[in-house]
Design a protein around this ligand. Structure first.
Ligand SMILES: Cc1cc2nc3c(=O)[nH]c(=O)nc-3n(C[C@H](O)[C@H](O)[C@H](O)COP(=O)(O)OP(=O)(O)OC[C@H]3O[C@@H](n4cnc5c(N)ncnc54)[C@H](O)[C@@H]3O)c2cc1C
Length: 116
């Protein structure tokens, strides 16, 4: 069994950060297991940290580069980009080929951060 925590953590430098998991997080998992899956609790085989980029609102950032509309980009997947890969590809293709998309994805544009 594998369990994980998804959410914003402490910002770190990906090239220089503490890989050992925070013992408080491991303890929190232990408490959840005891509560929701009683009888499953054993000593963990392994506990590791993982990193991903978390945008300010935890949504993707998909847009054309300001002042360089020939370049489309997708970033800031905030730990949930994988399952959206097909539609992200479609959106990027639309932006690269047409400069815009019929897909309802304006809420993912870069400008939302400057408009806040
Ligand atoms: C631990 C973890 C759990 C996750 N769980 C989920 C989940 O349950 N569901 C979900 O939907 N999403 C999940 N995600 C998020 C998902 O994995 C990402 O959103 C997705 O992989 C982003 O796709 P990407 O193509 O932008 O980047 P990546 O998948 O990171 O691909 C980038 C590629 O570029 C290559 N690369 C980097 N630099 C260079 C270079 N200079 N030259 C050549 N190649 C280069 C890398 O090797 C890599 O293959 C998780 C992420 C992590 C880290």
């Amino acid at each position: 069994m594998k369990i994980g925590f998804h959410g914003p953590g402490t910002p770190v430098d990906p090239d220089d950060h503490e890989r050992a998991p925070d013992p408080r997080v491991v303890e929190r998992f232990r408490n959840h297991l005891e509560r929701y899956l009683p009888g499953m609790l054993e000593e963990p085989v392994a506990a590791v940290t993982c990193l991903y980029t978390m945008s300010a609102d935890q949504h993707f950032v998909i847009d054309c580069v300001p002042d360089t509309p020939a370049i489309a980009f997708a970033a800031g997947f905030s730990g949930h980009g994988y399952k959206f890969a097909p539609v992200i590809g479609e959106l990027l293709a639309d932006l690269a080929l047409e400069g815009c998309s019929e897909l309802p994805a304006n809420f993912l544009r870069l400008g939302r951060f400057t408009e806040l």
